[in-house]
Design a protein around this ligand. Structure first.
Ligand code: GDP
Ligand code: K
Ligand code: MG
Length: 292
């Protein structure tokens, strides 16, 4: 018998969805920072064995959209809600969810198994965890509740085994050696964007999109040329920084991670370009992979 299915992770911003995806897959597929809206896409992480294939999907945190990019991000969440074979709703310890009743009604009426994961218990204590288990069981009667630490890999293994039990019988959806649905350039873009999230303050990172123009690989080296797009001229100056120091730092940090990710020497060229209001432009968003 062969089992396979889609396990979709949804939840509020910053609860640890991307950290869990990476822990489950054992690769750094999804970028992680302490900032909300780090994850903008739906990213598949595929784990295969002899007689199973689990397709995990990471999604952006649930927010009220303020501009078209965020609307597209929430469409990814909606898709994840609808095509799941197993739904993971992730919360963090101490979180009291104030989302509307409608949301929980939808979760409780899901036709597939629902796992509620209370994450970050490494920074909590036994009594608080016990309380949280009871709180979420009441809120999501349909759910199986687990307390985990995605960061410290606590309870992730038992969770994975439970997922295998719940998985439907099905042939594999992807080749067994495939790790993700995204192309190499996507991971280049995301790595650069992560460094931008880490190095710049306030609104700047949210106005950035990265596009990789060249990705050319030889036996020894990968040559990459990527464009960092911003919405305004003033943001371009901020990204580049005094004498180009800020951009240089991003380049060094991104190259370091990319060499680890691809296991090869990387030559990385970064350029900054103004692309006015790309976040609100459907045509641009489609080009960057935000709409179907
Ligand atoms: P997402 O927005 O839900 O995808 O959350 P991320 O995976 O990007 O994580 C948000 C922040 O929470 C990052 O700073 C993570 O390092 C941190 N984090 C994730 N999981 C854990 C955990 O189990 N314990 C602790 N203490 N921090 C965590
Ligand atoms: K985050
Ligand atoms: Mg994320």
């Amino acid at each position: 018998m062969h089992k396979s299915g889609f396990v979709n992770i949804i939840g509020n911003p910053n609860v640890g969805k991307s950290t869990l995806l990476n822990a489950l897959v054992g690769e750094r597929l999804s970028i992680i920072t302490s900032k909300a809206q780090t994850t903008r896409h739906r990213i598949f992480g595929i784990v295969s064995g002899e007689d199973f294939q689990v397709i995990f999907s990471d999604t952006p945190g649930i927010i009220k959209p303020a501009y078209q990019l965020q609307t597209s991000m929430m469409d990814f969440v909606k898709d994840a809600f609808e095509d799941a074979d197993i739904l993971i709703y992730m919360v963090e310890i101490g979180e009291k969810d104030l989302k509307d009743e409608e949301f929980f009604k939808k979760i409780n009426q899901a036709k597939v198994p629902v796992l509620v994961l209370i994450n970050k218990i490494d920074r909590s204590d036994e009594a608080t965890v016990k309380e949280a288990l009871a709180y979420w069981q009441e809120k999501v009667p349909k759910g199986e509740i687990y307390a985990i630490s995605a960061l410290e890999n606590f309870n992730v293994e038992p969770l994975f085994h439970r997922i295998l039990e719940l998985l439907p019988e099905s042939p594999a959806f992807y080749p067994k050696d495939q790790l993700t649905d995204k192309p190499e350039r996507f991971f280049v873009n995301e790595t650069i964007r992560e460094k931008i999230l880490l190095n710049y303050k306030k609104e700047v990172p949210y106005s950035v999109e990265v596009e990789t123009e060249t990705f050319s690989e030889t036996e020894e080296i990968i040559r990459i040329r990527s464009i960092i797009m911003v919405e305004r001229e003033s943001q371009k100056g901020i990204i580049i920084g005094h004498r180009g120091e800020a951009l240089k730092k991003v380049g060094i940090q991104a190259r370091y991670d990319l060499e680890k990710f691809f296991g090869k020497q990387i030559h990385l060229e970064l350029y900054v370009k103004v692309n006015k209001n790309w976040r609100s432009d459907l045509k641009q968003l489609r080009r960057f992979g935000y709409t179907n």
